[in-house]
Design a protein around this ligand. Structure first.
Ligand code: ATP
Length: 422
């Protein structure tokens, strides 16, 4: 058997809110690789990690590349470190790049580490010790926090994956208004959805492929396959020069951050879960537009939230009623509230208990504690104080999933149009 020796390269924490993007840095590295006849094995990877990580700039993404570990490996390392040195936003306190080189098979303990980087918090020390123990070459710039994500980016097994095509701007346009023909984006969505997804939020009339930050990305299109991305690329029109394009293989929109929880009490703060529970109270909206309600099971209860940015999703949530059984997907944030990404209706409570209707047709009112009901119209009284069950119409459907709109969705959240991809 011929053993192929592979060099894994992980890069993270090079950008800041004022600019840059680790994927752009990767695309610059790939161009330099091409100039030197260094070929990538497989697509470059864009890996999203713990959505609650404290020092993330935006979407907590790291990048990984794979090449042959041959006579050009030293040159490749030189290129990577040179580009990180040249392009990272070192002025930002929060930018602490880390690069990992690893030569060999990805072991089970490395895969486990990668999942921990999605589910939990890892310290720089811990990542460094582990990287050393498996024989990685470690390069830390400033505090070198990026090694946490770099190591996870090379190690994560992609059992489910999607692709993202990123189009980059010429440097002189960085930070200026992007010139994307929105109508062509709607057209692209019409022609390529559901192979591509998350292009447009129709409820908010919002073009989601365009970043809202001054980074080098002109737009990003997400898809289940590369063919659809190529088609989409030719449909989207822009009125500025596209400097470069790169397709990444990613764990975006796979629900990889979600752990199945046996019950409510087993969930921990800053974890993301799928859990089943019964709705305890009618959802209520507070100042600021956030909506809350509780779910419970035999182990305990938790407050669930649909926040203001989820817009129309709150209207759907408002239809929930006490007694409904739902399966919620989401994460437990700062205030110990379960932030809902989507939910599935398991059981609908379609019975409501109401005061009886009088013979004259008017609904009766209570006649006082233990005194039954009375009719305000005709004066009739009945002794029984028992309310009567009434079958009610529900706006929600048993079995159906409901999700937050594209504009409020996490990178890792699996949209309903991908729910049959496992
Ligand atoms: P962008 O999405 O624009 O590339 P970002 O949101 O990925 O930016 P980074 O600049 O990469 O933000 O910063 C995230 C930092 O968090 C990195 O240093 C990364 O190593 C670290 N990190 C990633 N996962 C974890 C984790 N599970 N625990 C602790 N730190 C983490």
């Amino acid at each position: 058997m011929i053993m192929i020796n592979i060099l894994h390269i992980g890069i993270d924490d090079t950008d800041s809110p004022d600019g840059m993007c680790t994927t752009y840095l990767a695309s610059q590295i790939i161009n330099k690789f091409k100039d030197n006849n260094i070929e990538l094995i497989d697509y470059p990877r864009l890996i999203r990690l713990n959505p609650f990580a404290r020092f993330k700039t935006r979407g907590n993404g790291g990048v990984a590349l794979k090449i042959l570990n041959d006579s050009k490996a030293d040159l490749a390392k030189e290129i990577v470190l040179g580009e990180v040195e040249k392009l990272s936003m070192f002025d930002c306190d929060n930018t602490n790049p880390g690069v990992i080189f690893y030569d060999g098979e990805i072991t089970q303990e490395m895969k486990d580490y990668a999942f921990r980087a999605i589910y939990e918090f890892i310290t720089i020390d811990e990542a460094e010790k582990f990287a050393k123990s498996v024989g990685c070459e470690i390069h830390k710039f400033k505090k070198g926090r990026g090694i946490i994500g770099s190591l996870a980016s090379i190690s994560l097994p992609l059992t489910d994956f999607t692709f993202e095509l990123l189009a980059y701007r010429v440097p002189e346009n960085f930070g200026t208004l992007r010139k994307i023909d929105y109508e062509s984006v709607y057209e692209m969505d019409r022609q390529t959805f559901p192979d591509t997804f998350e292009n447009v939020d129709y409820s908010e009339d919002y073009v989601a492929i365009e970043p809202k930050t001054p980074c080098p990305v002109l737009y990003g299109i997400r898809s289940n396959n590369v063919e659809a991305l190529k088609k989409a690329y030719h449909i989207v029109k822009v009125d500025e020069v596209i400097d470069d394009c790169c397709i990444f293989k990613t764990n975006q929109h796979t629900d990889m951050h979600i752990q199945k929880s046996a019950d409510i009490a087993s969930m921990k703060q800053f974890g993301c879960y799928e859990v089943k529970g019964t709705v305890k109270n009618k959802p209520t909206i507070i100042d600021g537009g956030h909506m809350f309600f509780y779910i419970f099971d035999e182990s305990g209860e938790i407050e669930c939230g649909a926040y203001e940015p989820t817009k129309n999703f709150r209207k759907i949530v408002s239809h929930l009623m006490p007694g409904d059984v739902i399966r919620v997907f989401g994460g437990i944030g700062e205030h110990n509230t379960f932030n809902i990404e989507k939910f599935q209706v398991m059981e609908l409570n379609d019975i409501e208990y109401k005061n009886p209707v009088c013979e004259c047709g008017k609904r009766m009112t209570s006649a006082g504690k233990n005194k039954g009901f009375k009719c305000k119209k005709c004066g009739r009284k009945i002794e029984s104080g028992e309310k009567v069950p009434i079958k009610i119409f529900r706006n929600l459907k048993k079995g159906q999933f409901y999700e937050t709109p594209v504009s409020a969705r996490r990178h890792l959240s699996k949209p309903l149009c991908r729910m049959n991809f496992d």
